[in-house]
Ligand binder design. Sequence first.
Ligand SMILES: Cc1ncc(COP(=O)(O)O)c(C=O)c1O
Length: 480
Amino acid sequence: MLPNKIGSAFLGMDILYHDAHNKPRTRIYLDSAASTLALAPAQQATQQFLKYYSNTHSSVHLTAKISSEVVNWAQKSILSFFGASEGYDVVFQGSGATSPLNRLAKGMRTLQKDKKIVMVSLMEHHSNDLPHRVHDNNVIHIPVYDKNGEFIGIDLDTIEALCKEYEGQINYIAVTAASNVSGHISPIHDIAEIAHKYGAYIVVDGAQIAAHSPLQLNQQDPARSIDFFVFSGHKTYAPGSPGVLIAKTELLNQLEPEFYGGGMVAEVSQYNYQVASQSFDKEHAGTINIPGIFMLASVLAFLDKLGMEKIYQEECELTEYLISQLTNIPEVKVYADTLKKQRIGAVSFNLKDMPHELLSLILNDYFAIAVRNDCFCAHPFVRECLVDELWDIEDEEDLPLYRGMVRASIGLYTTKEHIDALCEALKEIVTKRDFYISQYERTRDNHFTHKTFSINTNAHFDISKTLDQIFSPYFESCGA
Ligand SMILES: Cc1ncc(COP(=O)(O)O)c(C=O)c1O
């Protein structure tokens, strides 16, 4: 399996801390859907590049040329990685997928001015829902539960029925390629075909899929090609890299620039200006995040060498293992697992009668297992998943504690042993439930704190000490 072989290529796999029983433990990272760990070789390559770093707005001197070559290479390799070499352009924006999604929501109003409807699934992260709502669109939500309360995911018949109902009024359909709550993969090319049949565009939120599955945005049949694809570098083993939009060039050319400033204009006089004709220039006002872009493209080159199909197959296997092990524990409820469709490794669950935050704290404090809890910025979907359970809670005061879930998510470094450790921890928590609960206090604002234990973050990373240590040789030599 890949993780056993290349786990050491990732930073943070060797974090060690003493748990609440004062036992040393190596941290197990199961929070990759929030942010993946950093790929060290890509950081190393970026470190080497930084020696030659210059602004790409300079063009003549040696290092400016190197920086420009680096950005050109990154653009080409990113497009090629996602099967979008022909007829697509890449745009770098902000620090994650949220920026380009906002850019699209705002910009696409001019693409089909007379069409006011945007279709968004009820499985979306807020970043692929709220921007469409606020930019003067009429957002229609595609249901992901059927009338009987069964989870059906993103269903093609439902989409087609809505497209028929609102024919001629839909500007675009915005869907996630994989849910950050349940991991379910959406049939994005089938959705593209339906969208195009009804004169709408497709926007795909690829934040959760980019690092986990091979993709071919440009399809032989243009009707099945993706118009706009967005993802986050920090969920792709490259923290510090930007958010990315990959868009059909002909469509990108039609969008008004979002930002104005240096670098995106061909000509400026006192009373006039002419926007650059190249869409890459037009989309990038100001200096781009050159090291971050290089780091991200380096990660993708690394993943490409490993083979995305292999990564996908292995992660699917691991996800199945995770789900089967979790569902073997009678007190664990895994959400949306009745729909037997392909999933990436993001699995949400709860332990019976245990608030999600408390469970995550116990996993962190007693087992050194890092998971995410709460609603994962996908409140509508999480609410639908939880509706029956919340109904059953008798004490209203307890309701806020149960409005959420725990999510375990995997990356290239995740092993079966990590999943076994999680499941063993859950079993132990079930067995010694009263002990664990007794160790925590509920706060007035419905959080939990351990009565005696807290992790000393400074023992691991002390900002002042780190800076002092690194800076002091320089200051000593100049007497500062
Ligand atoms: C599916 C999905 N879309 C969008 C986002 C937002 O990404 P970012 O926080 O990188 O802007 C996330 C983040 O968790 C996500 O999971």
